[in-house]
Ligand binder design. Structure first.
Ligand SMILES: Nc1nc2c(c(=O)[nH]1)N[C@H]1C(S)=C(S)[C@@H](COP(=O)(O)O)O[C@H]1N2
Ligand SMILES: [Mo]
Length: 253
């Protein structure tokens, strides 16, 4: 059974077991432990809160499954962005991305802006993990990059920080993760894939990889990371673009 369907079963079974009144209790507990996701309102809100709080209480340090080289997908599927990459991107691409920068700001002691070359000069790690799109397709690839935790060490987050917001050269796609995922050893700022520089269709030169969550959390073409204690000030205040389209903010697998 895939990890995804296993989680659905567990979450579904748990929700059936606790029932509607249990969800109310769970929501109160979640509030007490600061485990309320930003999209906790609306019809699916109580379920979202239950899933997120349960995952964080039980599973915070779990690792996403890693695969062997022989399991890497022969034909990974790139989900092309819509609208397509524009002028600004093409100009940067023509300069071999030497002017690409990742700005890191918000509630940090030492805000910084890193060039692609600087990010590539940091000690790199690799992981062979599964990227699953909420629309059903998926692939396994080897990603190379810098653990996000390393970049956070450099910029020194203030103690009250709770989320890292990722923005891209494509403003319509943005995401955020909590500190459990931001500091998780498999969360990467990735610049390589399957032994080459990260190809443009897959988010090159720089993307986030959050292998413990569905593909949509792995923002492509990242240009800015902002640390915050409150997601209300971003977009419609639901934590990312996904809940604005009806998907869950927390998409753990
Ligand atoms: N900037 C940006 N990042 C994005 C997207 C996007 O449209 N724009 N799509 C997301 C979705 S829905 C998925 S499933 C994955 C797809 O990654 P892939 O192109 O490597 O398959 O990227 C995510 N990151
Ligand atoms: Mo997706």
């Amino acid at each position: 059974m895939s990890q995804l369907s296993r989680r659905k079963l567990i979450a579904g079974g748990a929700i059936t077991a606790v029932g509607a009144s249990g969800l109310v209790v769970a929501a109160k507990l979640a509030a007490r432990f600061g485990l309320v996701p930003p999209d906790s309102g609306g019809v699916y809100g109580p379920g979202e809160t239950f899933t997120y709080a349960a995952q964080r209480l039980v599973n915070r340090h779990a690792l996403a499954r890693e695969f062997t080289r022989s399991q890497i997908s022969a034909q990974p599927f790139a989900n092309l962005v819509d609208p397509p990459l524009g002028e600004e991107f093409r100009r940067l691409e023509q300069g071999a991305f030497s002017s690409w920068r990742l700005q890191v700001d918000g509630m940090v002691a030492r805000p910084a802006s890193f060039s692609l070359a600087e990010i590539k000069s940091f000690a790199a790690r690799t992981q062979i993990t599964h990227l699953a799109c909420e629309e059903g397709w998926s692939y396994i690839a080897e990603w190379k990059g810098v653990p996000l935790s390393h970049i956070l060490d450099l910029i020194a987050p203030l103690p009250q920080v709770r989320y890292v917001v990722s923005r891209s050269i494509k403003p319509e796609w943005w995401e955020s993760v909590d500190m459990a995922d931001a500091l998780h050893p498999q969360t990467f700022v990735a610049h390589g894939m399957n032994g080459t520089d990260l190809p443009v269709p897959f988010g090159g030169p720089l993307r986030l990889r959050v292998p413990r969550q569905l593909g949509y959390k792995s923002v492509k073409y990242i240009t800015r990371l902002t640390l915050t204690d409150n997601l209300k000030q971003f977009g419609k205040g639901l934590g990312s673009a996904a809940p604005e389209e009806g998907y869950a903010w927390y998409a753990g697998i």
